[in-house]
Design a protein around this ligand. Structure first.
Ligand code: ZN
Ligand code: ZN
Length: 600
């Protein structure tokens, strides 16, 4: 009956209605009542139906940018850096160029940071290009991923949009490669085959002889230096698409609450007042803190020792949601009623705070508001991210608290207030990119405010209101940031003014790892002293113990190699690896990270 009504139905669909369907099919087919056919179906990674859209009219700025790229069509490889303020309509520029390429019978690859992809880019591309889009990201099940790759290899698609691995899409005639939010660190694969998808996109563009368009409101120093060197052409979008001004950013100096009540240092009276006003208007607020958990520094009241992970060299974080102290490096957990390993006292003081604590404080202060939290802990199951993003879009939450997952690329028109709990968190990390990342994160999160019709407001709490990075973020001025930061890097010979490779050494025994690092040091020294091309042109820093000395019971050392010439760095590293004494003993690992991002 059901089959007759539907004409055609999948076995899975039929089983939902008639559980015994599988057993009935064979006799029915043999009797000629039904026909069994096999067909490959593509699962749709989207939950919601997507309404087709029509391309809007471009602004004058967008048109000019599109034309600059189009003018270079057919002339082989060219690299562009599109610097547009947040909300300036970069995606529309990408879509116009992609559509142009497809009309000419070629293919397009569009790389997007995963989280932005899930929230909206996928939807926008599907609305515009329909079934000819394949989408690749890690929220897909293995089966869904296989379907997407198969769709690409069977030539059933013209466009791949996806996270970093999409750069390998098996296309033959590529017409354009786009890398959105090119500064995003998620393009760097940190395990197994280490690569940076942004850099590979440029390589692939050269091989395919097509333009590569990198885009960002907060470009990486690396890419902007390529503009300075005239390797990339800069394209600019200087105004927001709806002509809204950029949000007004107010700095709140946390030093003035230094001696006040502790909760005032987390949510200052200024921020509290702004949230109240925002709620009273019926708008939404986004509260940003790039640190998760409830207490990030649990300390024993008796002996004063901080609780640390048994396997790693870091403090545990209290997660009230799961009643555990957790290690953010190896993931191991300790029950919340654990006694101090030092003095066996059970009195542990929860110092330090993360998103979970901020969420609970907001609940106390604004009992009438609906509050959601978005961080790695609240999104551990498949579908969690989509659910939270949907609740923001559908306005079933009033305040959303979150980490950098919330800062990236989302477009929520009803968010008119962004509160940054502590702008300085990542400033002092022992990493030469700490300033760059802080600027990118702050400028990006501020850009989430006021994307609809109402102008936005940002309250940025900081201990360093005079720091040039905080100031550049306040103005959302990338060029100011660049002109202040670049001289530091140049003076210290850090990328983009040099090429850098890191040798990461780890092993189960502290003393032996150190000894092994010493062996590598001797090999390096010998090469530097005796081989002419390296002399004075390659610098070796270390070996030193890594800032995080131990992860998952493995002790870690590192050596940094830098030089203005990447060929020399590569040659030196190769010579070390080929040296018979450099081979790691069983249980020890020597890995090579070219252009490292994780220096801790
Ligand atoms: Zn103790
Ligand atoms: Zn650990």
């Amino acid at each position: 009956m059901r089959v007759k009504q539907k004409q055609e139905i999948s076995l899975a669909g039929l089983k939902v209605e008639i559980p015994t369907a599988a057993a009935l099919i064979k006799p029915l087919a043999e009797a000629g009542f039904i026909k069994v056919i096999q067909r490959r179906v593509f699962r749709d990674p989207l939950g919601d139906p997507v309404e087709p859209d029509r391309p809007p009219e471009l602004t004058a700025e967008q048109t000019a940018v599109v034309k600059q790229v189009q003018d270079r069509h057919g002339q082989g490889f060219a690299a562009f850096l599109l610097t547009g303020v947040t909300g300036s309509g970069k995606t529309e520029v990408y879509m116009r160029l992609v559509s142009d390429v497809i009309e000419n019978g070629k293919k397009a690859i569009v790389l997007v940071p995963e989280i932005a992809l899930i929230s909206q880019t996928e939807r926008r591309f599907r609305a515009r290009f329909g079934e000819r889009v394949a989408v690749i990201h890690s929220a897909l099940s293995r089966g869904e991923l296989l379907d997407q790759w198969r769709k690409i290899s069977l030539d059933k698609t013209d466009i791949v949009i996806g996270a970093r691995s999409s750069v390998f899409a098996p296309f033959d005639h590529i017409g354009i490669i786009v890398v959105d939010e090119e500064h995003d660190t998620s393009y760097k694969q940190e395990t197994g085959l280490r690569y940076n998808a942004r850099d590979l996109a440029l390589v692939r563009g050269k091989l395919s002889g097509c333009p590569v368009l990198l885009g960002s409101a907060t470009p990486s120093l690396q890419s902007y230096q390529n503009v300075v060197l005239k390797r990339f052409e800069e394209l600019k979008l200087e105004s927001r698409i709806n002509r809204n001004p950029l949000p007004e950013i107010t700095l709140v100096d946390l030093k003035k609450y230094k001696d006040g009540r502790p909760d005032q240092r987390i949510i200052t009276p200024e921020l509290s007042k702004a949230v109240r006003q925002c709620l009273d208007k019926g708008d939404q607020a986004l509260i940003f803190l790039n640190r998760r958990g409830f207490s990030t520094f649990p300390v024993c009241r008796e002996c004063g020792k901080a609780l640390t992970c048994r396997f790693c060299d870091i403090t545990l974080t209290l997660h009230k949601g799961c009643n555990e102290y957790r290690c953010h490096l190896c993931g191991c957990g300790v029950p919340v009623d654990t006694a101090c390993p030092e003095c066996k006292s059970k009195k542990i003081r929860p110092l330090g705070f993360g998103t979970e604590k901020v969420e609970s404080m907001l609940k106390e202060r604004f009992p009438d508001a609906r509050i959601a939290r978005m961080d790695q802990d609240s999104t551990s199951r498949k579908g969690d991210v989509v659910r939270i993003l949907k609740s923001i879009r559908n306005r079933t939450v009033d305040i959303v608290v979150g980490t950098q997952m919330l800062a990236k690329g989302h477009d929520f028109p009803s968010i008119t207030l962004v509160g940054v709990i502590c702008a300085d968190l990542s400033l002092s990390l022992p990493d030469f990119r700490a300033g760059e990342r802080t600027f990118q994160l702050l400028a990006q999160v501020a850009g989430r405010a006021g994307r609809g019709d109402t102008p936005g407001r940002v309250i940025m709490q900081t201990y360093n209101p005079d720091h040039f990075i905080i100031e550049a973020s306040r103005k959302q001025d990338f060029h100011e940031f660049f002109h202040n930061e670049a001289p530091f890097r140049k003076a210290l010979m850090y990328p983009p003014f040099s090429r850098m490779t890191q040798l990461k050494i780890s092993g189960p025994d502290s003393g032996k790892v150190k000894a092994y690092a010493g062996v590598l040091e001797a090999i390096l020294k010998n090469l530097l002293d005796n081989e002419a091309p390296f002399k004075g042109r390659v610098q070796v820093l270390g070996p030193v113990e890594a800032p995080i000395q131990k992860i998952s019971s493995r002790f870690r050392w590192q050596i940094l190699i830098k030089s203005p010439s990447s060929a020399l760095v590569n040659r030196l590293v190769r010579s070390v690896l080929d040296h018979p004494r450099a081979k790691p003993k069983p249980g020890f690992i020597l890995s090579v990270d070219v252009d490292p991002y994780f220096l801790m």
